[in-house]
Design a protein around this ligand. Structure first.
Ligand SMILES: Nc1ncnc2c1ncn2[C@@H]1O[C@H](COP(=O)(O)OP(=O)(O)O)[C@@H](O)[C@H]1O
Ligand SMILES: [Mg+2]
Length: 258
C-alpha cells in the first residue's frame, strides 16, 4: 500500500476573470482524500469563485480542474454532482421553505439519484420504492443532525441555524465524496456551530468525505481543519499546517490590510 495521500480534487492554473476583474489569478492546489481543509482569505479574495470553478457554476478563463484523475473542466454542475459526487453549499441557507424537513432531504436525494428531471417525478413501483428508501435515509440523517423532532416541520418555520443544518443534511443524501462548504457558520449561534462541526467530523471520519470549508471565524476553522489554505487577491498566499499558517506574517498582514 502506498503512503502517498490520494488527491480528491486538483486545481491546475485555475483562472477566472469577470471582465477586467481577476477573481482567481492562477491557482494550483490539491485537496487530499479524507482531509478537512480550511480555506481563508479577506472578502473578495476569490474563495467563492474558486468553489464556483470547481463545481461547474462558472466556466474557467484558464486552467483545469480534476476530480481524482478525471478532468472535469467544462462539465456542467449537475454532471459533476451526479458523477463525481462533488457538492457545494452556499452562504445563504438554500432550502425549500414550503417543504418539510423530511421532504427537503427526499428532494435532495432524488435530484442526485435520478438521471433527469422527468424521471424524478415519474411514478410506478420502482419510483415508489426509491422514494421509500430515500425517506428511510432522510429519517436517519435527521436523527443524526439532531433535527428528528422537526421531521414534519416546514423548513420556512425553522431558525436560520436549523435551516443551515438541514442544508448540510441535504448534501449528505446523495452520498457525496467531496463537500465544499461556503461560510457554513456565518450568522448562526455557537451551539449550532458546534453541532455542524461535530457532524462534519463524524461524516469525515465515518465515510471519508473530503471537505473544503470557507470560514472567517479562524478559531472555528483551525479547530476543524487538518490543513489551511489562505487566498489573497485570487492567489494562494499560504498552504499548510493550521498553526503555522495563522502565524505566517504574510497571512497576518493580508488580514490587517483587509
Ligand atoms: N459574477 C461576478 N461578476 C463580476 N465580479 C464578480 C462576480 N463574482 C465575483 N466577482 C468579483 O470577484 C472577486 C472575488 O469574489 P468572491 O469569489 O466572491 O470572493 P470571496 O468569496 O473571497 O469574498 C471580487 O472582486 C468580486 O467582486
Ligand atoms: Mg464568498
Amino acid at each position: 500500500m502506498s503512503a502517498e495521500p490520494q488527491v480528491a480534487l486538483s486545481l491546475r492554473g485555475v483562472e477566472k476573470s469577470f471582465g477586467p476583474i481577476v477573481a482567481v489569478a492562477g491557482v494550483d492546489l490539491d485537496f487530499f482524500t479524507g482531509q478537512i481543509c480550511g480555506l481563508m482569505g479577506p472578502n473578495g479574495s476569490g474563495k467563492s469563485t474558486l468553489f464556483d470553478c470547481c463545481t461547474g457554476l462558472v466556466p474557467l478563463t484558464a486552467g483545469r480542474v480534476l476530480a481524482g484523475t478525471t478532468d472535469i473542466t467544462g462539465w456542467e454542475m449537475m454532471r459533476i454532482a451526479r458523477q463525481q459526487r462533488l457538492l457545494r453549499s452556499f452562504q445563504k441557507a438554500v432550502v425549500f421553505r414550503a417543504l418539510t424537513a423530511e421532504d427537503n432531504l427526499v428532494v435532495a436525494g432524488q435530484m442526485a439519484a435520478f438521471p433527469n428531471l422527468a424521471s424524478t417525478f415519474s411514478f410506478g413501483p420502482g419510483a415508489r420504492r426509491r422514494v421509500r428508501d430515500l425517506r428511510a435515509r432522510a429519517a436517519v440523517l435527521l436523527e443524526r443532525v439532531g433535527l428528528a423532532h422537526m421531521q414534519h416541520t416546514r423548513a420556512g418555520e425553522m431558525s436560520f441555524g436549523q435551516q443551515k443544518l438541514l442544508q448540510f443534511a441535504s448534501m449528505l443524501m446523495p452520498e457525496p465524496r467531496i463537500i465544499l462548504l461556503d461560510e457554513p457558520f456565518a450568522g448562526i449561534n455557537p451551539v449550532m456551530i458546534e453541532r455542524i462541526v461535530e457532524n462534519i467530523r463524524l461524516v469525515n471520519r465515518e465515510s471519508g468525505v473530503t471537505f473544503v470549508i470557507v470560514e472567517h471565524n479562524i478559531d472555528v476553522l483551525k479547530g476543524v481543519s487538518d490543513r489551511l489554505v489562505v487566498l489573497s487577491r485570487g492567489s494562494v498566499l499560504a498552504n499548510g499546517d493550521p498553526d503555522e499558517v495563522i502565524r505566517d506574517p504574510r497571512v497576518v498582514e493580508a488580514y490587517l490590510a483587509g
